[in-house]
Design a binder for this molecule. Structure first.
Ligand SMILES: O=C1C[C@@H](O)[C@H](O)[C@@H](O)C1=O
Ligand SMILES: [Co+2]
Length: 300
C-alpha cells in the first residue's frame, strides 16, 4: 500500500511565516529547487510563494513537483462563522487553482504561538459555548473545502485552543468526519503531551495529512526551563527533521501503513536557517524516510 503515500516538504526550514525576517534571503524558487533536488514530490505553500496561480504552477511544473496545501489561520470564535467562511472560501479558491489536496486549518483565536508568552504555561482555552460555535463553524468550513474537492485538515498546535490530545478528542467528537479531517503533527503533540502514539491510535481514521516533525529533547527541556515562547523554543532548536530527534517513526509509519493511510507525509522542521542549513536538513529528512520505507517493505 506504499503507493498511496507521497512525501513532501514544508518551506518552513527555509522561510518561517511566523518570523518572516529569518531566511528572507531564500527565494521561493530556491525553496522549490532545493525540494526537488532533495527528492521530494511536493511542497506546502509558504508566505513567500507567489499568489498568482499561473506563476506558481509554472515554477512547480518546471521542477515536477506538486502543491500539497497551505496553512490557514482561522478565527471562527473571534470573527464569527460568516466572516471565517468568506476568508476560508478565498483560501480554497487559491488552493484549487494550484491543484492542492488539503487546506491546513488552525483556529488562531486567543493563540499565543506568535507572542512572547511562555508556550508551556500560558495556552488559551475555549469556553463550552465557544466550543459549540467552533464545532459548528468548522463543519461549515469543511463543507466549503469539500465543494472545491479539497480536504480541511485540522492542525493541532502548541499555544492554541486545540493543542492537547484531550482537546483533539473533543474536536473530533463535535465535528463531522466527512467534513473535518485531522492533520497529525508528531512534533507538536510530543511537545504538548510527551506522547505521540496515543493521538495517532485514537484518531487514525480521521487523519488525512501528516507532518513529520522531530524533537531534540535536550533543547525542549531547556526551552521549558527557560519559559520560552513558541518562537523562542524553535529558534532554540527544539524541532528538527525526522530521524534527527527522539521520535520513533518506524512505529508511526507502520501504523499508518497498516491502516492504509492515503495522503502526504510532509517533512517539517522550523529552525533558524542560519544555523540549520535547509537543504542539508531536507536531504537528511528524505534519506531517513527512504530508509524507513525500505525497512517496512522488507518486513511486510
Ligand atoms: O504546520 C505548521 C505550520 C507553521 O505555520 C506552524 O507554525 C508550524 O509549527 C507547523 O507545524
Ligand atoms: Co505542522
Amino acid at each position: 500500500m506504499l503507493k498511496n503515500i507521497q512525501i513532501g516538504i514544508a518551506p518552513i526550514g527555509w522561510r518561517n511565516d511566523d518570523i518572516p525576517e529569518i531566511g528572507k534571503e531564500n527565494t521561493y524558487k530556491q525553496i522549490l529547487s532545493d525540494a526537488a533536488l532533495a527528492g521530494y514530490e511536493g511542497t506546502e505553500v509558504g508566505g513567500c510563494y507567489p499568489t498568482d496561480p499561473k506563476e506558481l504552477n509554472n515554477e512547480v511544473n518546471l521542477r515536477n513537483l506538486r502543491i500539497i496545501g497551505q496553512w490557514f489561520s482561522g478565527y471562527i470564535v473571534r470573527d464569527g462563522i460568516e466572516q471565517a467562511k468568506l476568508d476560508f472560501t478565498k483560501h480554497c479558491e487559491f488552493l484549487k487553482s494550484v491543484q492542492a489536496d488539503v487546506a491546513v486549518y488552525s483556529e488562531q483565536s486567543y493563540s499565543i504561538q506568535g507572542t512572547d508568552q511562555c508556550v508551556y504555561t500560558d495556552k488559551p482555552y475555549l469556553t463550552d459555548e465557544e466550543w459549540e460555535l467552533f464545532g459548528t463553524g468548522l463543519n461549515e468550513l469543511g463543507e466549503v473545502a469539500n465543494s472545491f474537492g479539497i480536504k480541511l485538515v485540522y492542525h493541532h498546535h502548541m499555544g492554541t485552543v486545540v493543542q492537547t490530545k484531550e482537546e483533539v478528542d473533543r474536536l473530533m467528537e463535535i465535528t463531522n468526519p466527512t467534513k473535518v479531517h485531522l492533520l497529525y503533527d508528531t512534533g507538536h503533540i510530543f511537545v504538548s503531551d510527551n506522547d505521540y502514539l496515543s493521538l495517532l491510535k485514537a484518531h487514525i481514521d480521521r487523519i488525512a495529512h501528516v507532518h513529520f516533525k522531530d524533537v531534540r529533547p535536550d533543547k525542549l527541556k531547556e526551552a521549558k526551563a527557560e519559559h520560552k515562547s513558541f518562537l523562542g523554543s524553535f529558534l532554540h532548536g527544539m524541532f528538527t527533521v525526522p530521524g534527527d530527534g527522539c521520535i520513533d517513526y518506524k512505529e508511526i509509519y507502520n501504523l499508518l501503513i497498516q491502516h492504509d493511510y492515503t495522503g502526504w507525509i510532509v517533512v517539517e522542521a522550523e529552525q533558524d536557517p542560519a544555523i540549520a542549513n535547509p537543504l542539508e536538513y531536507a536531504q537528511m529528512g528524505r534519506k531517513y524516510i527512504d530508509r524507513l520505507i525500505d525497512s517496512v517493505k522488507l518486513s511486510v
